[in-house]
Design a protein around this ligand. Structure first.
Ligand SMILES: [Zn+2]
Length: 310
């Protein structure tokens, strides 16, 4: 556990939006680094939470927001993937909730520990910790939350090797975790560009009405196409870069992202290009890359450490 409790209340413009009857998206603007979204599914007499938040202050604000909607605390907490912005707040819900995730999400959380806090030492993380899931699954699992059918689906390597999307077939609401991003650059450093495109196609086939992405405003299914479109652009740039003998960093510096130029946290282009290069040169999706080095190269491209407003 980290000390240094937060000294200020959340500057939070975070809000719960009811996206379908009894289904809520908790959106933390502006969706940049570590400002993730969560989800709340309220059934008859019980509820389930999808992901938490990065810091103690933000996790407590989420807890408060849940309390304004549901008289009972979440009985289930699903983590969509291991990254700390989605999982560091687990401990603030674990007294009442069963923690559920893909089996590799659990092992990756365990391995990463609080590493993310070291990338942004100035963030007031508060008393966050690593609280591991107690129920894991390999590919899929279905929860019945007070009568609401909640399908947990792992469809392949995408944002990470072990993403779970949460699909409500009756409400046609899809929580994608970071497999899709809304107005924010996708990030495939620990996942796969080609795998993401394939998984986004499968998500399209689910035919959702509402899509709650891992970061950024709630959306419709077009956000799946936008995310895939950006990733195909990354693939094209990588192919051109390889042919021209340019490094991923050089390719990033000369890249014209066109319709995707204004995505938030655009510096992720550098690690995304590294991933696309590796895949075009024969690496399997999700093959480990040197995360520290590529994060450093991204900072170099950006000119400074990207801002984290968690
Ligand atoms: Zn993530």
């Amino acid at each position: 556990m980290r000390s240094a409790p937060p000294a200020t209340p959340p500057d939070s413009d975070a809000r719960m939006y009811e996206v379908a009857d009894g289904v809520f998206a908790y959106v933390q603007p502006d969706g940049g680094w570590c400002l993730n979204n969560a989800g709340l599914i309220v059934g008859d007499g019980e509820c389930a939470l999808v992901d938490t938040a990065a810091t103690e202050t933000r996790a407590l604000a989420l807890r408060e927001a849940v309390g304004r909607i549901s008289s009972t605390a979440p009985r289930y907490l699903v983590n969509t993937h291991p990254h700390g912005d989605h999982t560091f707040g687990n401990g603030f819900f674990a007294a009442e909730a069963v923690l559920i995730a893909h089996e590799a999400t659990r092992s990756e959380m365990d391995k990463a520990g609080l590493h993310l806090t070291g990338l942004w030492p100035d963030v007031r993380w508060g008393a966050v910790g690593v609280r591991l899931p107690t129920i894991t699954f390999p590919d899929r699992m279905t929860l019945h939350v007070g009568g609401v059918r909640v399908e947990l689906l792992h469809l392949g390597v995408a944002h990470t090797t072990n993403d779970t999307v949460v699909w409500l077939p009756e409400q046609r609401v899809l929580f994608t975790g970071d497999v899709a991003m809304s107005g924010v650059a996708p990030f495939c450093l620990t996942g796969s560009v080609s795998g993401s495109i394939a998984v986004l196609g499968l998500l399209r086939d689910l035919d959702p009405t509402v899509v709650v992405t891992g970061h950024g405003p709630t959306s419709g299914p077009q956000v799946l196409d936008e995310t895939a479109g950006y990733l195909r652009t990354v693939q094209r740039l990588a192919a051109e870069g390889i042919t021209a003998g340019r490094s991923p960093l050089e390719t990033a510096r000369s890249a014209d992202l066109d319709a995707y130029a204004d995505l938030l946290d655009g510096e992720r282009l550098v690690p995304n290009l590294h991933r696309a290069y590796a895949e075009l040169l024969g690496d399997a999706p999700g093959h480990p890359l040197d995360v520290e080095t590529l994060f450093g190269e991204m900072v170099e491209f950006h000119g400074r450490l990207p801002r984290c407003r968690a």
